[in-house]
Design a protein around this ligand. Structure first.
Ligand SMILES: Cc1cc2nc3c(=O)[nH]c(=O)nc-3n(C[C@H](O)[C@H](O)[C@H](O)COP(=O)(O)OP(=O)(O)OC[C@H]3O[C@@H](n4cnc5c(N)ncnc54)[C@H](O)[C@@H]3O)c2cc1C
Length: 406
């Protein structure tokens, strides 16, 4: 491992983008596209532009009025609570549809907090037979021969943003038509997303697969053609695997009996470091708390963010650039690249204050330090260990009256 390096982030944006490339010469993928510049000021501008009424009408269309808020929520530029309150304050109950989508994010996160690394494995036995084939190069490179799926993969590899409906179609195609192992596909997908988030991603793949839902998600050509405005279907010459009724697709896709067991995917243990003997206190800034407004930063101690290969080593270039944009607004945060443990020892740190996270990798990186975890925003205090809350609809039955006052 190279020695830790303290960074000086250029204030000029173009210079900053190039700087990230120099610091991370091996990062894969394209530069961050202009529309996606990171940071709280850009997040607030996006929030200000939200049209929740149009969203309610057309969010399922690929050209619908979706918000593009996901990376800003993922890295903590905006909290879920302030976003929810701002949208509810501006639009009232006409924003119900969008407010419910924000609650999906809350729900998946609360499941991750409660179930931890279990979300990497099948949460329940699948309701239909799943295949466990390896992810193919054709999928990885967007060369499946289906213009729609290849375009969605092109979005993923090019910008890191894929519309929610396209994520569902693509995941369903990969899991139920190609019979690929959802877990390998979910890892691959998450690693390319700008908003890559273990809870929203892996649990959505499980929802599609039927290992965290009561039935598999699949779709037909009519559905895809309608919500894409015929964009891909009009000139498509491929043999369309989706061109059938739901009954025919069901009979075609799910011929084998479902397994009675949930498949487990053991995680590789990470190396452990010895406890720090130092005394200094610091605020550890992780990648879910990238806002100058984060209240944990009010503590009168040095604030330290580390680009650590153990945590961020497989991140694409655009994600690293997005995070560097965010950090450029956080004046008093020291930014390092290297091993978290080495950096904190170099700064004589023995105690840390940070924001709670369900991310086991972050928790493990901080094990050698006495760490105070500050509570993080959630929309509602749901009793997630209650088995009945293993479905979003039941969580929403409880949450909606509290959140919407209905
Ligand atoms: C297979 C698959 C993988 C996904 N992976 C991720 C991921 O890694 N990171 C991620 O943030 N979202 C993920 N999602 C959820 C959703 O697709 C994205 O949050 C959404 O498309 C982001 O675009 P937007 O901000 O324009 O969303 P909008 O439609 O404008 O929604 C506003 C916000 O609500 C939240 N939201 C909306 N739909 C969902 C949902 N189904 N689940 C959770 N939160 C939701 C997001 O925070 C989003 O920013 C995934 C969905 C699927 C089907």
């Amino acid at each position: 491992m190279k020695p830790a390096l303290k960074l000086t982030i250029p204030s000029d944006r173009m210079e900053r983008l190039h700087y990230v490339k120099r610091i991370f010469p091996d990062a894969r993928g394209d530069d961050l596209k202009g529309e996606w510049a990171g940071g709280r000021s850009n997040a607030l501008a996006k929030l200000n532009n939200v049209d929740a009424v149009a969203y309610g009408r057309n969010r399922n269309f690929l050209n619908g009025s979706v918000t593009h808020l996901s990376p800003y929520l993922r890295y903590g530029c905006l909290t879920l609570n302030e976003t929810f309150a701002a949208i509810k304050g501006k639009f009232g109950l006409t924003a119900e549809n969008l407010l419910m989508q924000l609650a999906w994010r809350d729900y998946w996160r609360q499941v991750w907090f409660t179930r931890g690394n279990a979300i990497y494995s099948e949460m329940e036995p699948p309701k239909v037979a799943l295949g466990y084939a390896r992810l193919t190069d054709a999928v990885r490179q967007g060369e499946t021969g289906l213009p729609c799926m290849d375009a969605f993969i092109g979005d993923l590899l090019g910008t890191g943003y894929v519309h929610n409906h396209a994520r569902m179609w693509l995941a369903s195609y990969i899991v139920h038509h190609l019979k690929i192992d959802w877990r390998e596909a979910a890892d691959w997908f998450e690693a390319h997303l700008l908003d890559g988030d273990i809870a929203s991603n892996h649990l959505s793949w499980q929802w599609v697969a039927s290992t965290f839902s009561s039935k598999p998600y699949y779709f037909n050509k009519e559905n895809l053609a309608r919500y894409t405005g015929e964009n891909y279907c009009a000139d498509c010459t491929a043999v369309c695997p989706f061109d059938a009724s739901y009954e025919t697709l069901q009979a075609r896709l799910f011929t084998q009996p479902a397994s009675a067991d949930a498949k487990r995917y053991p995680l590789k243990p990470l190396p452990m470091n010895a406890a720090s003997m130092h005394k200094a206190v610091a605020v550890y800034v992780h990648d879910e708390m990238l806002s100058p407004n984060n209240s944990v930063l009010n503590q009168p101690f040095p604030k330290i963010f580390v680009f650590d290969p153990q945590l961020h080593g497989d991140w694409p270039l655009n994600r690293l650039q997005f995070v560097m944009d965010c950090l450029s607004e956080m004046m008093h945060v020291e930014v390092w690249v290297g091993d978290t443990y080495d950096v904190l020892l170099q700064r004589n740190v023995g105690e840390l204050i940070t924001q709670a996270t369900p991310n086991a990798r972050v928790k493990q990186a901080l094990t050698p330090f006495l760490t105070k975890w500050q509570p993080v925003d959630k929309l509602v205090d749901a009793e997630m260990s209650d088995k009945r809350l293993q479905r979003f609809s039941r969580y929403w039955d409880k949450a909606a009256p509290l959140l919407l006052g209905t």
